[in-house]
Design a protein around this ligand. Sequence first.
Ligand code: ZN
Length: 253
Amino acid sequence: MIDTHCHIDFEEYDKDRSEVIARAKDKLDAVIVSGIGYESNQGVLNLCSKYEGFIYPSFGYHPVSSQNCSDEELKQAHTHLIDNINNIVAIGEVGMDYFYVKDKALREKQKEIFLSFIEIANDYKVPLLMHVRDCEKKALNIVLDYEDIPYVIFHCYSGSLKTARRIMEKDNYFMSFSTMLCYSKAHQELIKNISLDHILTETDSPYLAMTKEERNEPANVVKAVKKIAEIQNEDIETVDSITTNNARKVFKI
Ligand SMILES: [Zn+2]
């Protein structure tokens, strides 16, 4: 099993990060940690270098936390990303968030930033790991224009089944599903119709734990795999092997 998206670099883990990683090592094959901006990306890289072969870095620029960034800050993130393009397994999380960002001008800026990272993914042929909320169809229409991106991932996919069907028309497009599957009725309904060939698993730790107070952790990805197996009436081993192979193929790990 692979947790393809989490944030164990966050300060929430400062006190017991090594225990969290040990628990993950016990159950999982690999973990991908996603940066959300320039400093975060460097932190992710430092963390991954300590756990080479188990934790892999993805460099991102989060659509919500980066909405007030300056041109200089964006440029710095671009340069840092390109300098490390061979050290990362994906570009992300980058994307668009219409849930938190309602202002028209800010949405426009968000799109511009998103496009700048899409172009890098396309030019350097690196997988694109997207954070998209309440604008899945828009994001899909944008990214479909870029044919050199080797793989496109909708992290924590929460869009419609109609858009999911369009995503599944592309062999190299994936949706990742999290521990949220354990309690979100909408996701449980959705996953009934998603082919295992397009599924990745994740936790988005520290977020999306069973309760709001709880801190999530990568080892919990097991719960998402079990839930997918239960809903799709498959055995856990099958779901595990297909989704793990998907992740290995996408991120070359
Ligand atoms: Zn995230």
